[in-house]
Design a protein around this ligand. Structure first.
Ligand code: MG
Length: 289
């Protein structure tokens, strides 16, 4: 991109645009830079550099051109004893007061999940639960506790899962002193990406997932922009802007499903894997793609 901007008398063009990444995966920023002779405080001529990024001047103060960010009141942090609260602009999916925002994944059936002491959990054979509202790209906060009474091993210990768009599973598992295949342990993107570290707390303790998710984009039967996940487990980065290589559904012992085109939004689902994993303080903020 070349040219003189804003009608100023430019005396030099310093840089052209910068290309980023593969087509479809990134928005390409347009960066322009030029110089202008201005009088400084001493009345002397001085060369000043101007730069715009996507047409907005660096350090612009005119709110018509560079609006101030909206104000959000942060929530409170959770302790083991007390769940925290959501930021002011979040959709609260579960705050311990009821299951109104949730339904069974079996159409037309109410959920069989129960609530006790401000937490929700699956009953035997209750099936998965899903949010009534659907979401695409989002920031999702979920707290969970695997059973304090340890039973089973590997994938059979404290197994549940958080599914984005009803499709893509961030694994929930009791991975404290419990070894399994790394791409299926706690905070793995199931079968696709193991966590960078194992930040699990002890069984029975409350743990936190903070998930930043950008939905995949499809054209026809092809994925043209893969989903991305950034995940913090108990405040520790475990998935660092991972581009999901495909689906996360079980497909036998050594394979997972592929991308299958779907809509722009889907429900948040929590898995019933036969273990009474508890959940609390679930909130979500919708993001631009
Ligand atoms: Mg699972």
């Amino acid at each position: 991109m070349r040219g003189i901007q804003l009608g100023v008398a430019a005396c030099g063009l310093l840089a052209a645009s910068v290309a980023f990444g593969a087509a479809g995966e990134f928005k390409k920023p347009v960066i322009e830079e030029w110089t202008k002779i201005e009088k400084n405080d001493k009345g002397e001529d001085e060369e000043v550099t101007y730069m715009t990024i996507d047409g907005i001047l660096v350090h612009e103060t005119d709110p018509a051109k560079q609006p101030q960010p909206p104000i959000v009141t942060p929530g409170t942090a959770s302790t083991q004893e007390t769940p925290g609260t959501a930021p002011s602009d979040a959709v609260v999916l579960f705050d311990g007061s009821g299951l109104d925002a949730w339904t069974s994944t079996t159409e037309g059936e109410p959920t069989k999940w129960l609530m006790k002491d401000g937490a929700m959990y699956p009953t035997p054979d209750s099936g998965m639960i899903q949010s009534k509202q659907e979401f695409g790209s989002c920031q999702l906060h979920v707290e969970f506790a695997t059973p304090s009474h340890v039973e089973g091993e590997g994938q059979g210990r404290g197994n549940s899962g958080v599914f984005l768009m009803g499709q893509y599973e961030v694994q929930v598992l009791d991975s404290y002193g419990n070894t399994t295949y790394p791409d299926g342990q706690a905070s793995a993107l199931y079968g696709r990406s193991k966590p960078l570290v194992n930040a699990s707390r002890k069984p029975g303790e409350w743990q936190i997932y903070d998930i930043i998710f950008h939905r995949p984009v499809f054209e026809g039967d092809k994925v043209v922009k893969r989903a991305t996940f950034t995940v913090l487990h108990n405040g520790v980065l475990v998935q660092d802007h991972v581009r999901l290589s495909g689906g996360t559904g079980w497909n036998g012992g050594h394979a997972v499903t592929h991308y299958v085109p779907h809509g722009d939004k889907g429900p948040i689902q929590l898995q019933d894997h036969g273990n009474p994993v508890r959940f609390r303080n679930i909130w979500i903020r919708e993001l631009q793609d």
